[in-house]
Design a protein around this ligand. Structure first.
Ligand SMILES: *Cc1c(COP(=O)(O)O)cnc(C)c1O
Ligand code: SF4
Length: 348
């Protein structure tokens, strides 16, 4: 079956192309409005195998387990709304802000924790939103980094991205811009010379992408990354630890070595967030800690990311090591956050 690589394939088209089996279409159609949005790129669909157990396919084909919502799972697990000084700006930490550029993505990851953004009112950011961000940065000089996130910001047109970055740059010459995007992994053809030339004008600018499995590192994704690095844009990776997809010492070891071999620095390995319907993707908190301890005994710091978790109820990030888990109580681990406070995370 041929999939035009640059096309984004929505549900109806996925069905036509036989990307879903009959059980899957039955439960998807039987539960309208209950699932996170569905979509994949032709490129990624051709990369993924057919079987239900394929580690790439699992990242975009919904499973019936998504309908199971645990009592501690939330639509907004990090309580980002509470830290939002204006609609698209989230300020959880003193020196950096996150800007929600769009609710759209090229591929809708089944493990996504920003799934509520699919409903982000107004959809894509417009010039007025970029102006609001510019004014916010001008009004508070203590902000050193802006994370452009979403959704996937590279879904925006080049013109809008340029306007957004230029507003940030005009607010401060040395504010670091970080673009969080899965595009190099799922739609590498979007990264072209023109985009890289434009982005490189706004350095210091970094791209943070999300490779979750060694099979995602292909000649195409490696060239996309090369175009970025060749334009002076360093590329970092944030992997999500995913049960039955990459929760093994061997798979992660290969992923991290291969990332370094294409000049991508593994930055974070994230323990899953407590987003609604994602329990089938989460590993036990101790599993990631065990895997990282083993990898640390033989791999270099260049190849190794930091294991981190975003704690529920707005607890913020916590670097995870054995010592950050300070107790266990009523089915929850007690985890010390980077700010030194203690929050519960389920022992599931
Ligand atoms: C994760 C996160 C950041 C970035 O944190 P780093 O540890 O620097 O990667 C910034 N803002 C928010 C709201 C975040 O969740
Ligand atoms: S690309 Fe990011 S925001 Fe979009 S669905 Fe995947 S994890 Fe969520």
């Amino acid at each position: 079956m041929y999939f035009p690589p640059d096309k984004i394939i929505g549900y109806e088209k996925m069905k036509q192309l036989c990307l879903l089996d009959s059980e899957e279409t039955a439960f998807i159609e039987g539960n309208p409005g209950k699932l996170h949005r569905i979509g994949v790129t032709g490129y990624y669909a051709s990369l993924a195998g057919n079987g239900r157990e394929n580690p790439l396919r699992k990242q975009f084909v919904p499973s019936i387990k998504e309908l199971e919502i645990l009592e501690y799972e939330k639509n907004d697990p990090l309580c980002e709304e509470r830290f939002s000084p204006s609609g698209r700006i989230i300020r959880r930490y003193p020196d950096r802000v996150l800007f929600l550029a769009t609710g759209r993505c090229a591929l809708y990851c089944r493990h996504c924790f920003r799934r509520y953004l699919g409903n982000l009112s107004g959809g894509d950011a417009v010039r007025e939103d970029a102006d609001t961000l510019h004014r916010y940065l001008v009004s508070d000089r203590s902000i050193r980094e802006v994370l452009i996130s979403g959704g996937d910001p590279l879904m925006l047109e080049d013109d809008m991205l340029e306007y957004l970055c230029s507003g940030i740059r005009k607010a401060g010459r040395d504010i670091a811009i970080r673009i969080g995007t899965r595009i190099p992994v799922v739609l590498p053809s979007r990264i072209d010379e023109r985009l890289c030339r434009m982005l490189s004008r706004f350095r210091p600018l970094y791209v943070f992408t999300q490779f979750n499995h060694p099979d995602e590192i292909t000649a195409d994704s490696a060239s996309a990354v090369d175009l970025l690095s060749g334009s002076g844009i360093p590329v970092f990776n944030q992997t999500v630890l995913l049960k039955d997809i990459n929760n093994s010492e061997m798979i992660l070891e290969e992923l991290f070595y291969r990332l370094v071999s294409i000049s991508v620095k593994p930055y974070y390995l994230f323990q899953g967030d407590l987003a609604c319907g994602t329990s089938s993707f989460r590993t036990n908190l101790m599993e990631g800690i065990d895997i990282m301890e083993k990898l640390r005994s033989r791999m270099s710091a260049l190849s190794l990311p930091l294991l981190a978790v975003d704690l529920p109820d707005g607890g913020g990030k916590a670097l995870l090591e054995r010592g950050s888990v300070i107790g266990r109580e009523n089915g929850f681990f007690l985890v010390r956050s980077n700010e030194g406070k203690v929050f519960p995370y389920p022992d599931e």
